[in-house]
Structures are given as C-alpha cells and as structure tokens.
Design a binder for this molecule. Structure first.
Ligand code: B12
Ligand code: SF4
Length: 487
C-alpha cells in the first residue's frame, strides 16, 4: 500500500445540512448483461469530482449511478424521501429521457426537493431544462465551486447570490442568472470521492480504468464541445497519488488517460512515463492516451522508447478526415501527412494507433470521402498490426459551429428535451433519418461508404460479440516481446 494514497481518504465532516442525491442516467450499452465483459467502464466522474465539495460544505452526498444499479428506480424512490437536493447529469441524447423522468419523480415527492441539472447538455442548452420546468437550477460548465454556493443559499434561505457564474434559474417565470462557464480549476486539494462508489462495479473483465488529469482543450475543432471549457490540469502530486491509488491500491491493470489531449504537455507525459515505470512499467501495467496528429514530432526517439517501455500500448487519434480541405474547415490544425508520420512512430515502437474517422460532415463532398478512405488504407499499410481505424457518422452537437454549418444546409435541430433525447446518433447510415445537410450527392456518398464498409460495426458492438480485444486489455504476455526488444 502506498502511504500517500492515504491522502485520498475524506476528512471527517459533520454532515448537518441535509442530503444531496446525485443521479447518473442509465447507459443501455453498459447495462447489458455483458457488462462484465466490456473493455472499460467509466466511473461517474462528474459526481466523483463534485461530491467532495458538497461534503466539505456539510451535505451528506449519495451517488446513484443507474448504469450499474439495475434496480435504480426503487433505490431512487427510497433515497428521495429525505433528500434536500437532487443533482442530475446528462449528455445530449437518450440520457435526457431519464433526466426528465427522475426530475418529475423528485418534484412529485411530498418533501420539497431542489432539483439541479448540469453536464454536457445543460452546458450547451441550459434553458431547455427551465423552459420545460424540469429543473430549479441549471449549471453550466464545471460546478465544484458554484454548486455548494447555491445549495447554501437555499439551505440558509438566503437570496440567491447574483455574482455566481454558470448558473441560471427562474424568478417570477423569467430566466435569470449568468450562463457563462466559470473557469476550469482542477488542481484543487479535495481528493476524488472514490469512497462514495463501489469501485468493483466499475471493474470490467479487462481491468481497465479511465482517469482524467486534464479537463478542457485549448483547441477549438468546430464539431467538438470539449474546447468550450478552458483548460484545467491536476498538480503533479495530485495525479501521482490518484494514479497510484487506482493502479496499486485498487489493482487496476490498465489506465486510459481520457484527457482530451493527453500528449500535449511533454513534461507531464514524461512524468507519467516515469510513474508508470516505477509502478511496474509494461511488465505489469499498461496505459493509453489521446493525441493530436502532431504526436510524431512532439517527442524524441528516446522519449518514445521510454513511453513504450513504461507500458504505453495505445494512442487514440481523432483523425476525423483524410481531406486537408475538411481538416482545415473543422479547424483541426493538423496536416494529413502528420497522421502517416504518427502511424510510423506508433508502429516502430509497437504502440497501437487507434484512429477515429468521422463521416457525413456538412460541407464534405464525394472527393473528401474518397480521401478519407484512401488515408485509412495508407495508414493501414504502414502497419496492419498496429493501426486500427474506426468510423462514426457525424452528429451535430449543440453549441458548435459545425451544427450551425448543418443548419445553414437545412438541418432542423431538435427543440425539446424529448427531441434531443430521441435523435439518432448511430454510426450506420440506414439507422439515421436526420442527415439532410449533405446536399444532392448524399445518395452516392452513402453508396461509396457502404461499398467500402459493408456491415460496419462499432468497436463496442464487436466487443459485445467477443470479436475485438482492445490492446490495452490484451494479456501482458502479448506485449512482452516488444518490451524486451526495447530493453
Ligand atoms: C467518458 C465519455 C463517454 C463514455 C461514457 C458515457 C456514459 N454515459 O457512460 C462513452 C464512450 C460511452 C461516451 C459516449 C458518448 N459520448 Co461521450 N464523452 C466522454 C468524455 C470523454 C468524458 C466525460 C466525463 O466524465 N468528463 C469528466 C467530467 C468531470 O466532466 P463534466 O462532465 O464536464 O462534469 C463537470 C460539469 O459538466 C458539471 N456537471 C456535470 N454533471 C453535473 C450535474 C450537476 C447536477 C451539476 C450541478 C454539475 C454537473 O460539473 C462537473 C465537475 O465540474 C467526454 C469528453 C470530456 N473530456 O469531458 C465525452 C462527451 C461527454 N461525449 C460526447 C458525446 C457526443 C458522446 C456520444 C453521443 C458519442 C456518440 N456519437 O456515440 C455518446 C453518447 C453517450 C450517452 N450516454 O448518451 C460529447 C457530449 C456533447 C453533448 N452535448 O452531449 C463530449 C463532451 C465529447 C465531445 N465530442 O465534445 N462518452
Ligand atoms: S476534437 Fe480534440 S483537439 Fe479538437 S477541440 Fe475537441 S478535444 Fe480538442
């Protein structure tokens, strides 16, 4: 046991202000019977980060994660009986149906429960929740510092402070408040509230854990909402403590750094490399992170070698398109050739390059599609063993420029929470009826796509069918020859 992971224990606090129940909606793919076989499960990170601030302020905090609690409805009813405030998070998608359902249940209880919402959809479209009377307060962006302030005002029956950024609510039927996001602070002292969840429920058969040491992204690709936040980094001691806790105390075998751009800061990456080496390196632990196409020129040969030796097994690239015209249009700030060069580096060091491509974006034409397909082949040719390409079909995300590009071409965005919840985000064209931004050549586009990718299946679907093994989940012995070669 590492001594410093003791610091992750919460301090003794007197919870005298009432109970806050934090609800994470179900995610059917995760709830499936094959849950234990999935490659990786996400802990309810927004709540793991918010809870310590609530506890510090004196609120008993309970996390109800419906993704891992099949009986969540009965637990919810029981918990709500003495709840002071219910917090709900939701992505733009099916989550919203559950977000509405649980809020209604809370509002129908005999005890007065303050209902607050936050998360990706609340950040993009905060008014939706107030217009439909689903929430009393809606939080935009990170809420560690703002949520306790509003709850305290409610608890002490004081005026709602008007100087809190990132929260809106109704006064006399009119929406008031400041919906600009507060700064993203991540290097705070409060340890994540791992003590509030049963970590075993997030252990997949492959024993991989996700972790963030950075939030937000300095880039502003026009289809993505992550760049909306400014960037917050954890301090060195803080992430070292937390990584050791998960990998050593909790015995996870692989770590996926979900930082939007993990490989951006060389000093941090080298520090993580040292840390992973000290924890057993590629011999007992593996890790993975997300990079930009410029990965190949950000590190020296020695540094790549050290990373591979320390257990870096996979790097994920949001390639999106093989057309430079489209890469420029989405302000990716990467050259097509960068991906080829990064593929060569990954192959040289035995690191799997996981490339995500996006199709049917507004302004994309047949030639762009052909260039994406040809880039996929070029990448695969670098190393069929270490390069893997995956597809997704564009989903317009609220608050992004690419959604406005789609609207300019005829897309009618959903207007209600129900419409947002029920719109398609499948990666198979035949399951999508919302794509009307592609112009007259769309039929031909789909034909070429389907010829290239007949019966396309997403990695999760392949996982569920037992037809795909994430390299991070492959037995350690499979990566040993490469590590030996690097000695
Ligand atoms: C992990 C993850 C997933 C996982 C797990 C999802 C799940 N439901 O189990 C998987 C891979 C399955 C997934 C799938 C999808 N995802 Co995803 N995912 C993420 C990721 C990488 C991390 C989310 C996270 O935990 N962040 C860490 C926490 C701390 O950050 P946070 O959510 O911002 O929380 C803070 C605030 O928002 C706020 N807050 C959050 N909740 C609440 C609640 C209350 C009450 C309050 C007061 C405050 C509050 O306080 C928190 C602490 O400060 C993000 C990108 C990112 N880097 O954040 C994308 C992201 C959330 N996903 C996104 C998308 C689009 C999807 C998909 C639709 C992709 C697709 N086409 O299939 C699906 C839909 C899934 C669904 N349930 O509907 C978008 C969301 C955009 C949107 N408007 O919804 C994001 C932002 C990425 C992007 N492209 O911009 N995803
Ligand atoms: S796509 Fe990646 S690089 Fe671009 S803004 Fe989003 S997280 Fe940042």
């Amino acid at each position: 046991m590492f001594k410093d992971s003791e610091n992750l224990k919460p301090s003794k606090i007197n919870f005298n202000k009432g109970k806050v129940l934090l609800f994470f909606p179900p995610y059917p793919a995760m709830n499936s019977e094959k849950r234990g076989e999935r490659q990786e499960h996400w802990m309810p990170y927004p709540f793991i980060y918010l809870a310590p601030f609530l506890e510090k302020a004196g609120y008993k905090t309970v996390i109800l994660d419906a993704r891992v609690e099949p009986e969540w409805r009965s637990i919810l009813h029981k918990e709500l009986k003495d709840t002071f405030a219910l917090g709900v998070t939701s992505f733009t998608g099916p989550d919203l149906n559950y977000a509405v359902e649980v809020s209604k249940i809370a509002k129908d209880m005999n005890n007065k429960i303050h209902v607050v919402h936050g998360g990706p959809h609340a950040t993009s479209c905060p008014e939706d929740f107030l217009n439909e009377d689903v929430a009393d307060f809606v939080f935009v962006g990170p809420a560690e510092f703002t949520l306790p302030k509003i709850l305290d005002a409610l608890y002490l029956k004081k005026e709602i402070p008007t100087d809190v950024k990132g929260v809106i609510y109704k006064v006399n039927g009119k929406i008031v408040g400041d919906k600009s996001s507060p700064p993203t602070v991540f290097d705070y002292e409060e340890p994540p509230a791992f003590h509030l969840i049963d970590i075993e429920k997030y252990r997949s058969a492959n024993n991989i854990v996700s972790y963030f040491k950075t939030r937000g992204c300095p880039f502003k690709c026009t289809f993505c909402t992550t760049g909306v936040y400014d960037v917050g980094h954890k301090a060195r001691d803080q992430y070292r403590r937390e990584v050791k806790y998960l990998l050593i105390d909790k015995k996870f075998g692989g770590m996926y750094f979900r930082d939007p751009l993990f490989f951006l800061r060389t000093d941090d990456v080298m520090d993580v490399t040292q840390l992973m080496l000290s924890l057993g390196g590629g011999k007992t632990k593996k890790w993975r992170g997300q990079a930009r196409g410029t990965f190949h020129r950000q590190y020296s040969h020695e540094q790549f070698k050290a990373m591979a030796k320390s257990g870096l097994t996979t790097v994920m690239f949001g390639v999106e398109s093989g057309s430079q015209r489209m890469l420029d249009f989405m302000v990716k700030k990467v050259k097509r050739e960068d991906y080829i060069e990064s593929a060569k580096i990954c192959a040289e060091f035995g690191i799997t390059m996981y490339n995500s491509f996006m199709f049917a974006m507004p302004n994309e034409n047949i030639d762009d599609l052909k260039q994406s397909i040809s880039l996929m082949h070029e990448l695969k040719k670098v190393s069929p063993k270490y390069i893997s390409n995956y597809n997704s079909v564009f989903v317009p995300l609220p608050g992004t420029k690419m959604m406005r590009d789609a609207i300019e071409r005829g897309y009618k965005p959903p207007k209600t929470l129900k419409e947002w919840a029920n719109r398609g985000f499948s990666s198979r064209f035949e399951e999508r009826d919302d794509i009307n931004w592609m112009g007259p050549t769309f039929k031909e586009y789909v034909k070429i796509y389907n010829e290239e990718f007949p019966n396309y299946k997403h990695p999760y679907e392949l996982e569920n069918e037992g037809k795909r093994i994430n390299p991070l989940a492959a037995p350690i012995t499979d990566t040993e020859p490469m590590i030996a070669a690097l000695e």
